[in-house]
Design a protein around this ligand. Structure first.
Ligand code: GRF
Length: 207
């Protein structure tokens, strides 16, 4: 059984998609806590329904970056966290946390990285940019987290069509559906030791 900590800033539908699969007995893991930079995001309500503890931890609560980092590491250690999932978390993860959880921290991004990723590409802005650029395909990406926004090794991507008259909201809805299928799949593979990291990159061995 793996212990998962989810970082999220908002709605929490990706948290829910993973948690549902865990509850159904399909992923050998538990979500041990949800951490947010926000005081009371909707994702906390979802977590509380199943008695999952939540923590509001924001850089502004601390005098220094070091104290903030130490607090995150202390909470993660307290829950014996094996895997961190960034599921709609809008802040940068401190370098020491990235270092400690390298290849044990996933992010889900609503586009086909490396396109439309990095600082400023979040929420509806991603889908607006995809439509603006006239892309015919978009999709979702799950990747390991490194020191740069939306940058670490890609584990799994899935495409969706961008339709000629798509609004950003319509595209976002279609991408979100894909997110809810690929994130639990990668988390399951991680928890079953079915992700191999070698010189060529990351190999998903779940098929
Ligand atoms: C998702 O689109 C995810 O890809 C992005 O932020 C959004 C979070 O949605 N990183 P939710 O809070 O999981 O519903």
């Amino acid at each position: 059984m793996k212990n998962i900590a989810v970082f999220a800033s908002g709605r929490g539908s990706n948290f829910q998609s993973v948690h549902n699969e865990i509850k159904a007995g399909n992923i050998p893991a538990n979500v041990v806590c949800v951490i947010s930079d926000k005081a009371n995001p909707p994702v906390f309500e979802k977590a509380h329904k199943d008695d999952i503890p939540t923590h509001h931890i924001n850089r502004k609560q601390f005098d220094s970056e070091k104290e903030f980092t130490d607090k995150l590491l202390e909470v993660l250690a307290r829950y014996e966290t094996d895997l961190i999932i960034l599921a709609g978390y809008l802040k940068k993860i401190p370098p020491k946390v990235v270092e400690e959880y390298r290849y044990s921290m996933l992010n889900i991004h609503p586009a086909l990285l490396p396109k439309f990723g990095g600082k400023g590409y979040y929420g509806m802005k991603v889908h607006e940019a995809v439509i603006e650029a006239g892309e015919e395909k978009s999709g979702a990406t799950v990747h390991f987290v490194d020191e740069k926004y939306d940058h670490g090794p890609i584990i799994l991507q899935k495409e969706v069509d961008v339709k000629p008259d798509d609004s950003p909201q319509e595209l976002s809805d279609r991408v979100l559906e894909v997110e809810h299928s690929i994130l639990p799949r990668v988390v399951k593979a991680y928890c079953e030791d079915n992700i191999e990291i070698n010189k060529e990159g990351v190999v998903l061995k779940d098929e």
